[in-house]
Design a protein around this ligand. Sequence first.
Ligand SMILES: *Cc1c(COP(=O)(O)O)cnc(C)c1O
Length: 427
Amino acid sequence: MADGHGRSNEQLYKRACEVIPGGVSSPVRSFRSVGGSPYFVARAEGAHVWDVEGQRYLDYVQSYGASILGHAHPAVVEAIRKAAGEGTSYGAPTEREVLLAEAIAERVPGCDMVRLVSSGTEAAMSAVRVARGFTGRDRVVMFAGCYHGHSDALLAAGGSGVATLGLPASAGVPAGAVADTVVAPYNRVPEVGRDVACVLVEPVAANMGLVPPQPGFLEGLRKACDAAGALLVFDEVITGFRLGSGGAQGVYGVRPDLSVFGKVIGGGLPLAAFGGRRDVMDVLAPAGPVYQAGTLSGNPLATAAGLAVLDLLDEAAFTMLAGRAAELGPALAGVIEEAGFAVQVPVAGPLLGLFFADAPVTDYEQAKASCGSGLYAALFRALLERGVALAPGPYEAIFPSLAHTHADIEHTLDQARAAIASVPPPG
Ligand SMILES: *Cc1c(COP(=O)(O)O)cnc(C)c1O
């Protein structure tokens, strides 16, 4: 249906595909893994987005976690509006950068110092460079199923269930770029040799569906890093300022040497950060020899949005958010089970996952087995038809926001009951 200006989802997608590869600015948005074509968002408010045809969706994507208060929160919008009137970028330091760095350092146990960048990709890439510069070592250990953005060295593919030197996970990544990247299975403490600069991990994996750390995993990584003189880097781009004000490191009580943030911290604007121990962060130029820079780093609009968000994220907010997830998770699992499907709905604080599997998923091999069933795509489509938007891919987490009400959760469960009834059972 067009809106009178010839802007149906279909029409826009067709035009987009002519001028944008795959029609999207980031691959998961394309609906390739769930079928069909994407809805084009016209606007959003709170827990909902509206597409260009006027269709409303209860939104569990929330910009993959960048929006934690819900869309267009008045305090964030006002902060951005005010900041914009004062200029959008200066190429000189500002007070808000200091305030945001202070706010992060105050909240996150492992962060004495912080540098602001513009994307999670940049933050993870820079943290690894800092770890290499600080240790004088090249090797990086990461985990299959974790995502750290799309820098060459971190686009490495894992082998099947064993630690392997990475192979490029994308065309265009030279073998040399991942020659020092080791990919190990998640939730098992790998061997960490004395040639390892850092072990990089999502403390709660949220890019292979949601896979929480097994007891002892994060503690084991800390020990292995200490024994080898390697740095432990937590990629908290999703967990930071979402699991609690101290992120996953606050919840699990394991202190990394470096941390990577994004998504929540920018309040929906392009902002990310990495931080850590003072002696480690001191290697950064101009204080030290590790180069890292950015024209738009610490952008005045983005810092304004980030500060406005952090200002509203008190303990009550995190409790409420986790409460919503606790309300939705087991009930959603119940609804899907009643329909005859084996399902796992893991919950970690305010984050949820959805696997069609008969036992909890603990690593990427198991996640892939579940995601290969096609059931997620079927449920996704049936829910979308009913106005509930999950992410258009089985490897994404479910992100309730602070704008999701009890009634929204009830509505989700009702729609899920109807949606799953339309999905043919397996076999
Ligand atoms: C999203 C994400 C990134 C990359 O952030 P971008 O801002 O998309 O570059 C890195 N790490 C994790 C854990 C993420 O979820």
